[in-house]
Each structure stands twice: as C-alpha cells, then as structure tokens.
Ligand binder design. Structure first.
Ligand SMILES: NC(=O)C1=CN([C@@H]2O[C@H](COP(=O)(O)OP(=O)(O)OC[C@H]3O[C@@H](n4cnc5c(N)ncnc54)[C@H](O)[C@@H]3O)[C@@H](O)[C@H]2O)C=CC1
Ligand SMILES: O=C([O-])CC(=O)C(=O)O
Length: 340
C-alpha cells in the first residue's frame, strides 16, 4: 500500500518535471570560461536547470572534456563544447543568455583592480563577439573587476550599435549570498528565509550591504555587530582568496551565486512575475552611471531599477564613501574600451 502510494507520488513528480520542461520555452545559455574554476561547477548547475534547453560551453582550452562530462547528466538541455576563438561564433549563435566567468582570478595581496590589465582585454574581445553573434542576449558579467568590466561591455556594445542597457548585468549575487549567510548567523534566523539588499559595486568598500533592510528581524544587532557584518561582507572575497593561499578565489560559492542569478534572468525572460535580484546595472538612482541595487527582471531583461529605500546614517555614510572609488573604476573601464 505504502509502496504503491510512493510510486504514484514519484510518477506524478516525474510528470510535473516533464511538463515544466516541455512547457517552458527553449533557451540557449552560453558559459564563456566554462573550463575554469567557476565555469565548471556553473556548467554543472546550469545543466541541472530545467529552463535551459541548450547549454553552450566555451573556453580557450579544456571544453571538450567538460562538455562530454556534463552532457551525460540526464536533464533537459543538450550540451555542446566549443574551444578556441574560431568556435566562439558557433558557441554564441542564438543565445538568450551569456554568462562570462572568463579571466584570471586574484592571488593573496591583490585587489580586483589588479586583474584589470588582463581581464579588460578578454572581456572586450568576448563582448565584441557577443555583439556580432547574439546581440539580443542578456549578458551576466562575472569577470573582475566587475566595477570596470560592465562599463567596458557597455562601451563595446555601444560602438557596435547593439547596446541595450536592459540586457547587461554585473553579477553581484555572491555579495548577497554572503550577506544573507553572515546575517542569519548573527541574527539567529533561518538562513533560507533571509533577504538582504547589497548595493553599490563589487569590490571592497563599494560593496554596501543594507542590513537595516534585512528580513526577517531576529535578535537586535548592535552598531558594532552591524559594522563587523558589513566589513565581513565587503571582505568576503579576500577571506576566500587568503584561505585558498594562491590557488585562486571563490569558485563554488560563485558558481552557486551565478546559477541563482542566471535562473532569475531566465524566469524574467519567460514572463514569471516579481523576479527581483540585486545587480550592477546602468542606473540613475544615484549620480553614478552604473550602480548595483535591486532590479526587477522581465521579458526584456531589466524591467525596473528599484531605489535604495531608507538608509541609516551609517549606510548613508557608506554610500558617500564608495562613490569616488566606484566612479573611478567606471571611468577606467570606459577609457579602456575607447582607446585604440
Ligand atoms: N563577480 C563575482 O562575484 C566573482 C568574480 N570572479 C571572477 O571570475 C573570473 C574567473 O575566475 P575563476 O573561474 O576562478 O578563474 P579560472 O582561472 O579558474 O578560470 C578562468 C577561465 O577563463 C578562461 N579564459 C581565459 N581567457 C579566455 C577567453 N579569452 N575566452 C574564454 N575563456 C577564457 C581560462 O581558460 C579559464 O578556464 C575572475 O576574473 C574572478 O576574479 C570570481 C569570484 C566572484
Ligand atoms: O575576491 C575575488 O577576487 C573574487 C570575487 O569577486 C569574490 O569572491 O567576491
């Protein structure tokens, strides 16, 4: 009796899963940098996402192995690996969403901006190809320094005449993931229920978690505790870089965060209402041209950039202090993209 009940529940679940894959539109997703520390687990997580019908894995080396491996998983998407620049066009053609974790990671003692010299060029060439082969795709930029690589992408798309500010996103989800985890521990609330907006940018003091807006409210946090939580969120990347001691930066938590953000983008594209995530986008909620805040996602990408809400004096101070650094990273990116 019990066995047959379980069997019928299981087959109902199977039918529901099958229905949801078949009824959701076909979506091609590319991961550029797919053989890397982030790229591999991100490829795995995207293979598990039933909203993806085609998964395109591109890197300058190593993608045939990653693609063969991931392709054996019995989920909806068909997987193809592409290696080297002459296969980049094929990898991108027809994409709805392109996720970019290509480029070098930090080592201890480096800032994200120290990656600029190498990663700016990588991002520029990948975005040039995107403007040619899938100009309508949403772009999720993971490569650091995000504060500069997003403005670089925007300039490349502008030059190509394909820029749509609604479709370009700097992925800051890992800051939100960290803020939620650290807050849940201190406020003693269930981590799965926690929400914390993180605004500004994605480096050091430009990462501004708004713990005054965190939900649910748990045990009352002192000013010292809020300061410590803020600092730990801002330094989360460095904490991992130091723990890895020369073997790179966050990869697994980043793959998770990238998969969460990509899933939100796909849901938005598919018309699911009320999808809100923080992201670094073109913005006019402050005087800075790019800024991370809550964003409502829809069928065309950004549907609405949401405001900051009310801030404490501590958060207002954090906001004013981050502006000069964020502006200079934005200007550096714009200048780089326009030289030659
Ligand atoms: N936005 C965020 O929150 C985070 C961003 N990152 C950034 O993500 C980037 C990647 O990090 P990891 O995966 O750990 O590095 P990794 O070195 O393990 O992997 C990078 C991959 O990019 C590939 N690559 C290099 N040039 C390429 C090109 N022109 N086209 C396609 N692929 C290319 C490499 O072959 C490599 O497989 C770094 O810039 C890192 O700083 C890392 C963690 C969090
Ligand atoms: O810290 C780094 O270099 C990688 C990164 O962006 C993060 O983990 O937030």
């Amino acid at each position: 009796m019990r066995t047959s009940m379980f069997r019928s529940v299981e087959s109902a679940l199977r039918r529901a899963r099958c229905f949801s894959s078949e009824s959701s539109p076909k979506r091609k997703v590319a991961v550029l940098g797919a053989a890397g520390g982030i790229g591999q687990p991100l490829a795995l997580l995207m293979k598990l996402n039933p909203l993806v019908s085609q998964l395109s894995l591109y890197d300058i080396a190593g993608t045939p192995g990653v693609a063969a491996d991931v392709s054996h998983i019995n989920t909806r998407s068909e997987v193809a690996g592409y290696m080297g620049e002459d296969q980049l066009g094929q990898a991108l053609e027809g994409c709805d969403l392109v996720i970019i974790p290509a480029g070098v990671p930090r080592k201890p003692g480096m800032t994200r901006d120290d990656l600029f010299n190498i990663n700016a060029g990588i991002v520029k060439s990948l975005c040039t190809a995107i403007s040619k082969y899938c100009p309508n795709a949403l772009v999720n930029m993971i490569s650091n320094p995000v504060n500069s690589t997003v403005p670089i992408a925007a300039e490349v798309f502008k030059k190509a005449g394909t820029y749509d500010e609604k479709k370009l996103f700097g992925v800051t989800t890992l800051d939100v993931v960290r803020a939620k985890t650290f807050y849940a521990g201190k406020a003693k609330v269930p981590v799965a229920d926690v929400n914390v907006p993180v605004v500004g940018g994605h480096a050091g003091i430009t990462i501004l978690p708004l713990f005054s807006q965190a939900t649910p409210k748990g045990s009352n946090l002192s000013d010292e505790e809020i300061t410590a939580l803020t600092k730990r969120t801002q330094d989360g990347g460095t904490e991992v870089v130091e723990a890895k001691a020369g073997k790179g930066s966050a990869t697994l938590s980043m793959a998770y965060a990238g998969a969460v953000f990509a899933d939100a983008c796909l849901k938005g594209l598919n018309g699911v209402p009320d999808i809100v995530e923080c992201s670094y986008v073109q913005s006019n909620i402050t005087e800075l041209p790019f800024f991370a805040s809550k964003v409502r996602l829809g069928k065309n990408g950004v549907e609405e950039v949401l405001g900051l809400g009310s801030l404490t004096d501590y958060e207002k101070q954090g906001l004013e202090s981050l502006k000069p650094e964020l502006l200079s990273s934005i200007e550096k990116g714009i200048k780089f993209a326009n030289q030659d």
